[in-house]
Design a protein around this ligand. Structure first.
Ligand SMILES: Cc1cc2nc3c(=O)[nH]c(=O)nc-3n(C[C@H](O)[C@H](O)[C@H](O)COP(=O)(O)OP(=O)(O)OC[C@H]3O[C@@H](n4cnc5c(N)ncnc54)[C@H](O)[C@@H]3O)c2cc1C
Length: 328
């Protein structure tokens, strides 16, 4: 019997969307391991986030509350998580593959004398020995590795948008407080938190992405126009791109979709002038509907697309914008 513990990450606006994906995975694994699905939330006062977590029918929701846990101070969080894991003794500890995970998980693995697999896209249980099978992209996304590792807890960070978000199902779990010895870090002190204006592509319902098939930077204004039409109709639409567009300096890196960009799964993904290289596909293939516009009928993007137009985008985009303006 092995329990599965997740760390719920919190933003000013509430729980991170990726936490709901972790819940889906934690419940699946806990069922297979015949254990419990548990969550922990840390902070100065994480009660609100803890209350929200209670709605997801986890077996237990824990919080650790201390002024020293305000913001993210790596050493303090590391010490705290080490104590949490020693106290709850889960078989599996899961985090989103976030900057927090990248900072602390390798050190946590070392302290707990266990193994860590970062950036997984799928995690299953091997029925023969009840150990995890951790799937992750390797060689720049050209191959997938499935790893089975020694050590307990089994520590994994999960790439965003790899699992569907859990839905609150009306069953309420208990919120328990863990009382631990929280040490203040004498080396690092957060003086000020500055908000960076970044585009959060994974929040969009529709993503309109442009690739190297777009001849000029200015051509992206048509994609913006299309997004604006959808926005006007109340649909959250954003413009994304493939990596060469970022490399050319036409767009900022937060707009890049793919292996080294953002993983997305919007309701609709429109790929314009994007060939469908594996490193791009892994970032958007879970989109609910994929529409591709490409002059090359043999391109990879058409293999994953639900709808495809073998046309020059210059012909199609003005018509599409006009049609949507008239009909939506
Ligand atoms: C380690 C590593 C990580 C990477 N990470 C990423 C990543 O995160 N994201 C990413 O996107 N890439 C990534 N790449 C790069 C990736 O391998 C491809 O090179 C890239 O995705 C290709 O971008 P593209 O499809 O825009 O360009 P191309 O492959 O050049 O495709 C352009 C497409 O436009 C079409 N086209 C041309 N003219 C028109 C027209 N007028 N109308 C319609 N279609 C037209 C062409 O038929 C073609 O299919 C990575 C590569 C490596 C090695």
């Amino acid at each position: 019997m092995g329990d599965v513990l997740i760390l719920a990450e919190v933003k000013e606006s509430g729980l991170e969307k990726s936490t709901f994906e972790l819940i889906t995975l934690a419940k699946q694994l806990a069922k297979e391991l015949e254990g419990k699905a548990l969550s922990i939330v840390l902070g100065k006062d994480p009660t609100e986030a803890g209350q929200e977590l209670r709605r997801f029918a986890l077996d237990s929701v824990y919080k650790v509350q201390d002024p020293a846990l305000e913001g993210f101070v790596p050493e303090v969080w590391l010490n705290t998580l080490e104590q949490v894991i020693k106290e709850l003794r889960p078989q599996v500890f899961l985090m989103t593959h976030s900057p927090v995970a990248r900072d602390i998980l390798p050190r946590l693995g070392l302290r707990l004398n266990s193994t860590v697999t970062m950036d997984c896209v799928e995690v299953k249980v091997d029925p023969s020995d009840k150990r995890l099978l951790r799937k992750k992209p390797i060689y720049g996304g050209n191959a997938m590795a499935v790893l089975k590792c020694k050590g307990t807890p089994e520590i994994v960070s999960l790439r965003k948008n790899s699992y569907p978000m859990a839905q609150a199902d009306g069953q309420v779990s208990e919120l328990k407080e863990l009382t631990l010895k929280i040490t203040k870090d004498l080396v690092t002190q957060v003086l000020e938190t500055k908000k960076r204006d970044i585009v959060e592509l994974d929040k969009a319902e529709v993503i309109i992405s442009g690739g190297r098939g777009l001849a000029e930077k200015e051509e992206f204004s048509q994609l913006e126009q299309l997004a604006a039409v959808l926005e006007k109709k109340g649909i959250k639409a954003m413009v994304g791109c493939s990596r060469p567009i970022v490399d050319k300096g036409w767009m900022s890196s937060d707009r890049q979709v793919g292996l080294t960009g953002t993983m997305v799964a919007p309701n609709v993904y429109i790929a314009i002038g994007i060939s469908g290289a594996i490193q791009h596909l892994v970032g958007m293939v879970r989109s609910k509907k994929i529409i591709a516009i490409n002059t090359d009928a043999g391109c990879n993007m058409f293999k994953v697309a639900d709808y495809g137009l073998t046309e020059d985008y210059k012909e199609i985009l003005p018509l599409l914008i006009k049609k949507l303006e008239e009909t939506l």
